[in-house]
Design a protein around this ligand. Sequence first.
Ligand SMILES: *[C@@H]1O[C@H](CO)[C@@H](O)[C@H](O)[C@H]1NC(C)=O
Ligand SMILES: *[C@@H]1O[C@H](CO)[C@@H](O)[C@H](O)[C@H]1NC(C)=O
Ligand SMILES: *[C@@H]1O[C@H](CO)[C@@H](O)[C@H](O)[C@H]1NC(C)=O
Length: 402
Amino acid sequence: MLPNTNPKCPFLLFCCCFFLLLLHTISFACQNTEREALLRFKSTLHDPTCRLSSWQGDNCCQWRHITCRQGISGHVISLNLRNPRSSYDLPLDWKQSALSGEISPSLLSLTQLQHLDLSLNYFNGTPMPYFLGSLKNLMYLNLSNAGFSGVIPHQLGNLDRLMVLDLSALYGEQWVRADDLGWLSGLSSLKYLDLSAANLTSVKDWMEAIILMPSIEVVRLLECLLVEIPGYVPNLNMSSLSVLEIDYNSFDSILPPWFWALGGLTYLSCVGCGFYGSMIDSILMSVKLFDEGSSGLLARTNLCYLIYMDLSHNSIEGDIAEFFNIVTGCKLGSSLQTLRLGTNRMNGTLSERVGKMTALGYLDLSNNFLFGPMPKEIGELKHLQTLDLSNNSIMGNLPVNW
Ligand SMILES: *[C@@H]1O[C@H](CO)[C@@H](O)[C@H](O)[C@H]1NC(C)=O
Ligand SMILES: *[C@@H]1O[C@H](CO)[C@@H](O)[C@H](O)[C@H]1NC(C)=O
Ligand SMILES: *[C@@H]1O[C@H](CO)[C@@H](O)[C@H](O)[C@H]1NC(C)=O
């Protein structure tokens, strides 16, 4: 038995349902201007595998690769046109499904766009569109391996909400270029920067530019033809940088002391960078340059926090035992999980201190000038999964039952 209800109630209920239904319909309806902008954008693209075939009809929020904000407005907030086939597939296949053609400035009508991914397409060596720098709400921009060339437009530096910028082209064919990175300083929200395989050969102050980005956490500049590396970088202690990957550049320089003064750095990779000189001198110089006044060798270096370090294929010298002494002098011991110094000029013997590198899972010291006995303490490395000491003069066996 239903309780005695007011006769107006069913009507109110009906109104309410109707209103909710209406709201639901509106909430996913796209804006007319944005729909037209998308159609204009589509019209200048070549789309060999018809990835944009669902782009018809009124409601662009239901088209594939598009996301609208849920709510009354229905503004387009994401356009994800990443090629589903990657360059790891057969190169032919990859090109076959790549979008090409021209990127229409009609994109600027998508005023609320936050996420734009055009990676793994092939824009025939055309310049990156400078007008993307006017999409003020962008938070994610991925133009990686998209076949652009020419100068990276400095207008991208206007994107002060951008958190991720990936312009890398490690598998692409065209090279973008920059002669100066001053525009990076406008990217005040940027956390992730990848310019790998951009031609940065004439950029001198790249590290100074990186330090000026207040939110930066990850920087990848692999194969950028960089030749200049500063000997000193001011204000490193302010940096939020935690990952620095600059492999395969040709610095032809001593190992820079400021590497160890980046307080938050946990991941450092500079394979094949043309570094020479003593590792220990570099660390001591860092202490001298950046740690004036405070006592204790490790007071402000990151050597106690580094988790990953790969300096393989350089010409770095130094006594490995002395290096182990330094990094195991930390209050909580060494945090290094991966240490790769293969193909360098390190010498000395593996001291028993190696047993204090308790976090190590990967140790590669191959192709150096190490000698002497194999310390039994190596058996204390409970997490060690990979050990490569080949091409040294270390004698003795690994501990049994290890
Ligand atoms: C950018 O796109 C490439 C290729 O699709 C992808 O591998 C990469 O992870 C993306 N970058 C970021 C930072 O999401
Ligand atoms: C890199 O850019 C410089 C000019 O900045 C140019 O002279 C050089 O040829 C470029 N290198 C390659 C490999 O494209
Ligand atoms: C960084 O170093 C400068 C100069 O040594 C100093 O004035 C500043 O207070 C330091 N900032 C932080 C956050 O430690």
